[in-house]
Design a protein around this ligand. Sequence first.
Ligand SMILES: C[S@@+](CC[C@H](N)C(=O)[O-])C[C@H]1O[C@@H](n2cnc3c(N)ncnc32)[C@H](O)[C@@H]1O
Length: 492
Amino acid sequence: MPPTTHHTARRDRDRPDRDRRDQGRRDQGRRDQGGRRRGGVDPARLAAYDVVHAVSTRDAYANLALPAALRERGLSGRDAAFATELTHGALRRGGYDDVLSRCVNRPLPELDSEVLDVLRLGAHQLLGMRVPSHAAVATSVDLARRVAGVGPSKFVNAVLRKVAARDLAGWLAEIAPDPSLDPVGHLASVHAHPRWVVEAFRDALGGSLEETAAVLAADNEPPRVTLAAWPGRSSVEDLCTEGSARRGSWSPYAAILAEGDPHRVRAVAQGRAGVQDEGSQLVALALARAPLDGPDERWLDLCAGPGGKAALLAGLAGQRSAGLLAVERQPHRAGLVARTLVPRRDRPTRGVLGTLVADGTVSAWRPGSFDRVLVDVPCTGLGALRRRPEARWRRAASDVAGLRPLQERLLASALEAVRVGGIVAYATCSPHLAETQDVVAAVLAGRDDVERVDARPSLPGVPDLGEGPEIQLWPHRHGTDAMFLALLRRTG
Ligand SMILES: C[S@@+](CC[C@H](N)C(=O)[O-])C[C@H]1O[C@@H](n2cnc3c(N)ncnc32)[C@H](O)[C@@H]1O
């Protein structure tokens, strides 16, 4: 394939974002038969571009930037779904850069960032969505003209015509390594994940490449929005009625939203329910359900921000006259926890002992003060890649080792905080063995005052939890984030 002639892109840097948005609003309502806005680009593609560009140039988080962009452009229903799929696909498929680099005659980083992002969005429409080629190319050219100028739009036209010459399978046949020679590299290319992540999943799945392929594929599926009804404040029935949601699969507090903005559900808007993956709900539930002899009154969440598990735990604690202390080191995240747990400052909330901005590795309480402790440590988040499409390309293998000392210190601190006979739940939103089993093993090594508790009986009805005693949830098995949970009891 001959390389495309490159150009000197004229960037429209000086035009403030607001002007572009105003233009977007003026464009609304003037649509031709190809789904394009006359004289402009449709708002769904503009919203997707805004987010992809903010992620690539300003390190924005798509899960925060996208809802704002949808609101800004007034998108809902099918248009919002289209913008979401386009954004997530373009960000997930870092692999499109391999395709694009075969259609451009210079290194991609040398392209103007506006042009590269338009190409990524175009590539996803051509290779990952059912947008007809002519519409994908034409709308991308319009978008390039708008965000980068006329010259770059011609360049985009030429490159995307080359991309459109094959489908995704055709490109992968050229790009992906031979599976018999390099099975991990093959999976990494086909499912658009970095190699080190594929290796981590494979190791956590006992070496099964078949299951590794399944979890990688699940990571590329659009995630469902799951809500949690916080006990004592709302019920799943409320969510199902108000939010046209259906019951979750495993947690009695989960409801799965059919579509739309979760914040339009009254219970969520009023702070009586939250958005929370079912895997996170199961972790909190397993801790609350683990059998305990003796008092069951004082609970601790050592890493509480932004507060999803703390809210569920506090609701469960309130049902049995126990109370939760929620600790978080970062003040702004501790603020989120406080807003969720103590919505009325003038009134104590049932099930809440308090919230505290503190370093959980330095106890602000006497040893053995708590009956149940959750330590949901900071981790790579490899278990939630479905929700954070750009995260897989931002994280690096070296992050794992960097987080390890803190994870070990926090778990040791949790074991210090729990009374003899009490339970600690060590949780991560990552299946990476170095963040899960290895941390537990390292902290327990040389200690004879802690025993592992089989967590599986605390989640009756949830299949495929493994051989225990720890639990590893998986998107492809359970439809949840890949949460890990170890339950540990202080014995002396
Ligand atoms: C995985 S998140 C917890 C998520 C939370 N359990 C939830 O369900 O919403 C880990 C949290 O630990 C906090 N953290 C990090 N180091 C900490 C420390 N030394 N002490 C307390 N919190 C810490 C981070 O700021 C982050 O909010």
